[in-house]
Ligand binder design. Structure first.
Ligand SMILES: NC(=O)c1ccc[n+]([C@@H]2O[C@H](COP(=O)([O-])OP(=O)(O)OC[C@H]3O[C@@H](n4cnc5c(N)ncnc54)[C@H](OP(=O)(O)O)[C@@H]3O)[C@@H](O)[C@H]2O)c1
Length: 322
């Protein structure tokens, strides 16, 4: 009797969480008014006022020239919010900024920065953010690694340096820059794009999930730390989204959505869930993994990735080391 009541309670709680994120999120969007996270924001402003507003309310999106970052930035812009785009190529930034300005009629600003760089190279970012009241930060930039052993990885030391800097250091550094303003204004939102691999590790590319675990733990700690200051922090943990990081040209599908479909769902979870897969079918995958249990899932992944590893080694022309 007690077990049945407890199970029913857990089921009810789970369904309520999903309803809040994916039904209410889809119907009503984020639970926070993203346009009010800065001092002020408006929809149909123009001329001088527009420029003024830009400098007091600017969401910042890292890794904003492609995939999830670009799709998220466009969906913020669709809501009439001016955006700061941060990525490494000025040419790509200019192209994306132009497209966003023309399509959504919002101001944009770009900061070209290569996140593989160490902490003492962040001058361009600091300069670019100076004077902006950032109400929303999407820490999205991320890179993957080849699914092979570390000892088989060409130029491995550089690969390790780069992935730790891009995936982990960037999120902490960007948060450090925007946090003082948010704390002072007692409002703001930070979304950190981790990965499903922060939920379940992946063999032969272990360093990637490890950096994503950093992002997930960092988010959860920051969420507890910042809630009392009115700052919402979210760990976003997508499973596969059909972007160039996957290195294939497959069309999007239900479980591998386009970045646009994924972001439309994920943005609705802002203010609703501190830790989320962001997209209902990815939630289903987490249930499946939970049901099968760690041991079974790990064995399935090991077999699958042994195969992927062999193909990658062949492609790279590297001899297997076992
Ligand atoms: N797609 C998935 O299946 C998936 C699943 C889980 C989590 N994620 C995470 O989601 C985030 C976005 O991934 P995505 O799939 O959208 O990847 P993507 O399509 O490859 O886009 C990555 C973005 O980051 C930029 N970037 C890469 N290296 C950079 C560097 N060193 N400095 C500055 N900018 C850099 C890229 O700029 P360029 O255009 O110049 O390359 C691009 O704008 C990542 O953190 C990823 O780990 C993705």
């Amino acid at each position: 009797m007690i077990t049945a009541a407890f199970t029913a309670y857990k089921l009810f709680k789970g369904l309520r969480v999903l309803f809040n994120q994916f039904v209410l999120g889809k119907l009503f969007g984020p639970a926070l008014d993203l346009k009010k996270l800065g001092k002020w924001a408006g929809k149909n402003y123009s001329g001088q006022l527009k420029v003024f507003l830009f400098f007091i309310l600017s969401p910042v999106v890292t890794g904003a020239t492609d995939g999830i970052g670009l799709a998220y930035a466009k969906q913020l812009a669709e809501r009439g919010i001016p955006i700061v785009l941060v990525s490494r190529s000025q040419e790509k930034l200019d192209k994306c900024a132009r497209e966003i300005e023309q399509k959504y009629h919002v101001e944009t600003k770009t900061i070209a920065f290569d996140f593989t760089k160490p902490y003492d190279s962040y001058g361009a970012v600091k300069k670019g953010l100076a004077g902006l009241e950032v109400g929303f930060l999407l820490n999205n930039v991320g890179i993957g690694v080849d699914p092979i052993r570390l000892t088989e990885t060409p130029n491995c030391e550089k690969v390790l340096n780069d992935i730790c800097h891009v995936n982990a250091l960037s999120a902490a550094m960007m948060t450090y820059y925007v946090l003082p303003g948010m704390m002072q204004r007692r409002k703001g939102a930070i979304v950190n794009n981790a990965s499903f691999s922060a939920y379940i590790p992946v063999p032969f590319m272990s360093v990637y999930p490890a950096t994503k675990s950093f992002v997930d733990y960092f988010s959860r700690g920051m969420s507890m730390e910042c809630a009392s200051h009115g700052i919402f922090v979210q760990s976003l943990m997508p499973h596969f989204v059909q972007t160039k990081i996957l290195n294939n040209n497959d069309p999007p599908s239900l479980f591998r959505p386009s970045p646009e479909s994924f972001c439309r769902s994920a943005i609705g979870t802002v203010g609703r869930a501190e830790r989320t897969f962001g997209y209902f079918p990815h939630h289903i995958l987490s249930w499946l993994a939970d049901m099968l249990g760690e041991k079974v899932v790990f064995e399935m992944l090991r077999k699958e990735f042994m195969d992927i590893r062999s193909k990658t080694l062949k492609k790279l022309g590297v001899a297997p080391q076992d």
